[in-house]
Design a protein around this ligand. Structure first.
Ligand code: URA
Length: 199
């Protein structure tokens, strides 16, 4: 099996990356999932959102964030005038973990080269990481999301000359369980809006 890194690097378009991910045999979740969930939205958008992993609805429909948490995400984005024609959405895992369990570090590591290549090919102005799993996977930090959210980080991505301004926020499924945190997520969205306007 060719290393994930080499396979990902060889993809020079989003279409070829999507094909390479769908054919990738190095993450066992692919065998239990129904579909590969690659991305949704506009690949030309300036904002790229990265969540955790597909759930049941996403696995059924082959698109990220189409279940209950996706509907909340859409409503949150609408408050800053963004929809799926002005955002690009993906996850750090392309396959649903059985029963929606937490992804393992090995599963995350297996997919990470593809996620980094995904960012390099989209070249977003801003990345927004939704939840602790995406945040620790991409930023390599171990602090909890409560401490990390609302802060800007420079995300170094192989193949991009400049780091990508990246902000972390709560995962919408956490907000469904803890609606009192929505106020903070709203502040994070306003920070994204301000940065998009100034960039
Ligand atoms: N949760 C995620 O992190 N991603 C999805 O696509 C759906 C739910």
């Amino acid at each position: 099996m060719r290393a994930a890194h080499d396979i990902a690097e060889a993809a020079t378009t989003l279409a070829s990356l999507a094909e390479a991910v769908a054919a990738f045999d190095g993450c066992a979740l692919r065998r239990t999932a129904t579909t590969t969930v690659f991305a949704d939205g506009n690949p030309g958008a300036r904002l790229m959102l990265i969540g955790e992993a597909p759930g049941a609805e996403e696995d059924r429909l082959g698109k990220p964030f189409v279940g209950r948490s996706g509907q909340l995400l859409d409503r949150m984005l609408a408050t800053i005038g963004i929809d799926r024609s002005s955002a690009y959405i993906t996850n750090v895992l392309f396959w649903r973990p059985p029963g929606n369990r937490k992804p393992t570090p090995g599963e995350i590591a297996a997919c990470l080269p593809f996620v980094l290549r995904h960012i390099a090919l989209v070249r977003p102005a801003i990345v927004m990481l939704c939840g602790g799993t995406a945040t620790s996977a991409l930023l390599g930090v171990s602090e909890g999301i409560t401490r990390l959210r609302g802060r800007w980080f420079d995300l170094a991505v192989p193949g991009l000359e400049q780091p990508v301004p990246t902000i972390a926020t709560y995962h919408p499924s956490y907000l469904l369980r803890s609606p009192e945190r929505k106020r903070e997520a709203w502040r994070d969205l306003l920070a994204v809006q301000a940065r998009l306007e100034s960039a």
